[in-house]
Design a protein around this ligand. Structure first.
Ligand SMILES: Nc1nc2c(ncn2[C@@H]2O[C@H](COP(=O)(O)OP(=O)(O)OP(=O)(O)O)[C@@H](O)[C@H]2O)c(=O)[nH]1
Ligand SMILES: [Mg+2]
Length: 361
């Protein structure tokens, strides 16, 4: 399961600059008139340590797909506006990275003469809600004839659509409507953009500007909706991404940054989405897998192969820290650090696992 993030924000907020910083200007990226798309490996220092133990010929990191669309402006989703089409590129995104301009630089044009994160966030939310309203209305129109012939499911889905529509009209994005599991299922096929979890990205001019008043305003917005916010200096990070690894570490240190934007962003995105990484590791391959926090062992095993979920027998788990500290699987087993767990075990970030399953289940 690759993570897919869509960059969203006003024009000239710094999305493409951040896209370039994250994707190191293009490795495997596709650049079109209407969007940029790239797949990057998720950096994880634990991979190197595991490779150091097993020296496998193959290493498979987790991936992040990132999509960058041009900025939306107020009114751009009205009618069959361009904004609607642009948002269509984000339909399959798992999460949105909402880039908000938090730097005041008169030399960089902007749609407004002032910097105001609240106004900007509300503008983008509104565009998403307008687009979602139309999607829901279309669904209602489509289902009405079924409901008239007594289709109970159709009637329930219509009722849910009306409920979500009413809240959108009141200015509440779908992600903040507290929808029940059934309601989420009812609107699942709509791929509502305002339902997607948001990670706010404050684009600042320099890392030491991370405490400016705009960042503070955005942090408040993020806090009220229980979302995360990170600061990224788009221009600096784009420069960092172009350096070779040695120089990169030096440059980061000089800027007072602990990790490049991609690492901070990924960690925040994983927290936002409740994702954890677990590993399979051996002489043939080190492989990073992504599961949801709270997934049981069989569900996590199913990320590796559906047969492993269906025929799940047990999982053997060594914590990454124990494995590295003790230096080998054998040593970990001798130290009693390998646990045999069953169907109820909840997968943890950093588990190194072997799945035992019956293939002909
Ligand atoms: N001073 C300063 N300028 C920045 C920063 N980030 C981006 N810019 C500049 O802002 C301008 C717009 O940046 P883009 O990354 O193209 O913005 P965008 O959000 O992709 O814009 P659209 O694609 O038009 O929606 C460019 O000239 C960037 O060099 C920053 O952190 N500080
Ligand atoms: Mg752009």
């Amino acid at each position: 399961m690759g993570l897919r993030c869509g960059l969203i924000g006003l024009p000239q907020s710094g999305k493409t600059t951040i896209f370039n910083a994250i994707t190191a200007a293009g490795a495997g990226s596709y650049t079109g008139a209407e969007m940029n798309r790239a797949v990057v490996n998720v950096p994880d220092p634990r991979i190197d340590a595991l490779v150091g133990l097993y020296h496998p010929p193959k290493v498979v990191p987790a991936t992040l797909e990132i999509v960058d669309i041009p900025g939306l402006s107020a009114g751009s989703t009205a009618g069959d506006g361009r904004g609607t089409r642009l948002l269509g590129h984000l339909k399959d995104a798992t999460a949105l990275l909402h880039v908000v301009r938090c730097f005041a630089d008169p030399n960089v044009p902007f749609v407004h003469s002032t910097i105001d994160p609240r106004r900007d966030v509300e503008t983008i939310d509104l565009e998403m809600m307008v687009a979602d309203s139309r999607t829901l209305e279309n669904k209602v129109n489509r289902l009405e004839k079924h409901a008239r012939t007594g289709d109970k499911d159709a009637a329930r889905e219509i009722a849910t659509c009306h409920k979500v529509l009413a809240a959108l009209n009141d200015g509440v994005p779908a992600r903040r409507q507290g929808l029940t599991d059934q309601e989420l299922k009812d609107v699942f096929d709509c791929n509502l953009v305002s339902l997607k979890p948001v990670l706010y990205v404050a684009n600042i001019s320099a890392p030491d500007d991370a405490d400016n008043e705009y960042v503070a305003a955005l942090r408040t917005i993020a806090a009220t909706e229980n979302a995360e916010m990170i600061t990224i200096s788009g221009v600096d990070e784009a420069e960092i991404a172009e350096l070779d690894p040695d120089e990169r570490a030096e440059f980061l240190a000089a800027l007072g940054l602990a990790a490049p934007a991609i690492e901070r962003l990924i960690r925040a995105a994983y927290r936002t989405l409740g994702l954890v990484s677990f590993f399979t590791a051996g002489p043939k391959e080190v492989h990073v897998w992504t599961a949801r926090r709270g997934d049981t062992a069989p569900v996590a095993a199913g990320k590796i192969h559906t047969d492993m979920e269906k025929g799940f027998i047990r999982m053997e788990v060594i914590r990454y820290d124990d494995l590295i500290e003790l230096g080998s699987e054998d040593a970990a087993v001798k130290a009693g650090k390998r646990r045999i767990v069953g169907k109820d075990y909840l997968i943890q970030d950093g588990d190194v696992v072997v799945v035992r399953f019956s293939p002909r289940h």
